[in-house]
Design a protein around this ligand. Structure first.
Ligand code: AMP
Length: 141
């Protein structure tokens, strides 16, 4: 059963350029930007440009493109921030913890000594987000 796509969700607005983001990467089919309420320093989101609320509605080519971007960004985040671990996560439906109804993949760097912050709760300092985005972008060149 397909989930109706809400064209007014915040990631749809970011994709249309109607809301701002700290962009780190963009190609024909995907966009990657900083999570504004990160669970750790360097938390990045990868979204397909295709309208899909959950993974079940995503086309196979878009899923493939997302995974390529997720791997590319994971490598860039690792090179930029040197975490000791890195989580890739993706939630479908509110029961699974999804809060924004547009498919997205979380890239969350981890350091053994630092606790994971709560999900989508603590807004980060914009200047800090931009500084981290710059470091990650530098690894993509
Ligand atoms: P999920 O709960 O898996 O749907 O994740 C949604 C993520 O989007 C959360 O980690 C939020 O912190 C993040 N988020 C919400 N609004 C924005 C925004 N405007 N820009 C960047 N990240 C956002």
């Amino acid at each position: 059963m397909a989930t109706d796509y809400d064209r007014n969700n915040i990631f749809a607005k970011i994709l249309r350029g109607e809301a701002p983001c700290f962009k780190v990467f963009e190609d024909e089919t995907t966009l990657a930007f900083m999570d504004v309420m990160p669970q750790s320093e360097g938390h990045v989101l990868v979204v397909p440009k295709e309208d899909a609320a959950q993974i079940f509605e995503l086309s196979a080519p878009a899923a493939l493109a997302c995974m390529q971007t997720v791997q590319r960004l994971s490598l860039a985040v690792r090179a930029a921030l040197e975490p000791t671990g890195l989580i890739v996560a993706q939630f479908n439906g509110s029961d699974a913890g999804q809060t924004v109804p547009h498919v997205h993949f979380h890239i969350i760097p981890r350091w053994k000594s630092e606790p994971l912050l709560p999900h989508a709760r603590v807004p980060a300092d914009p200047a800090k987000l931009e500084a981290i985005a710059r470091k990650i972008r530098a690894q993509l060149q």
